[in-house]
Design a protein around this ligand. Sequence first.
Ligand code: F6P
Length: 340
Amino acid sequence: MKFGVLTGGGDCPGLNPAIRAIVYRAAASGHATLGYLDGWKGVRDGLSRPLTLAEVHGLFNRGGTILGSSRTNPFAKEGDAVKVVEQLRRDEVDALIAIGGDDTLTAARDLFRRGGRVVGVPKTMDNDVGGTDWTFGFHSSVAVAVDAAERLRDTAWSHHRVVVLEVMGRHAGWVALATGLAAGADATLLPEEPYDEKTLLERVRAAANARGFALVVASEGIDLGPRRGSTGGKDDFGHELLGERQVGGELARRIQEATGIESRSAQIGHIQRGGPPELFDRILATRLGAAAVDLALAGRFGQVAVLRGSEVRGIPLDEAVASTKVVTSDWLDLLHTFEP
Ligand code: F6P
């Protein structure tokens, strides 16, 4: 059997360990692996290279992806979809493993519907893929955001300021939630809750009165109303480039205007996506990569390897891409327990 592998969408820590696990697991049963470059673009345009054990051996702790990634949507144009199917046939790939978030996995599902022999591996720093308890990339990204929050807290304390940290996460607030919880933020704003300026200002004032400074964590996906609307910039899957709206900067301006307390903001952006994967992500990526090979060897195409509790299993791609996994009310209750 010949395996193909691609990494699509935004990169995150854990992609390289997942690639490594796929190549090793396939080789253990005597199968070769072809790596497609830059996500679906590589399959569409025939850009690939064989992956050897020697090449992937040291990837257990490497950030980024050796295959490159892109947000190319192979099903945006009918002609491209045909090219993808033909290229896989030409390369004699018996099983394609698509590592990606909701967009990449939706494309994998569409390929499966056209008869493609494909299985998925979920990844994303956003942690918003349905059907899996965690996606790899999330824990590593949050560790970076928590480190940033703690550094910002030190300087806010020294200068008696309010500091707003803007984190990524698109339309799910998992990164903001975990950062706010782990870094003891005084207010954490997520897209799952409507923006409430009155409550935000109350929390900031209460923190400033108690300690002389305040830390606010804001997800890039929050809606601040007409003053911060769409940027117009969209990726190939039609997603707005949310970071360009700079909601953190806007919040700091509003807080300073309303409270008179000097305020600053920091947007850490893609810093959250680089660097070595944390322990949890290394292990999860390794388990899911190996499980995807096992699914393909068992002929379970159209499935994706996921984590449920402590168990790794396969579920239909349809189930994983049915809806975006957003922060639930029990998490929001916990978060607000610690806000002043
Ligand atoms: O989906 C991962 C993510 O990092 C989101 O949190 C963010 O909105 C988006 O990708 C940024 O995309 P890009 O790398 O195209 O700027």
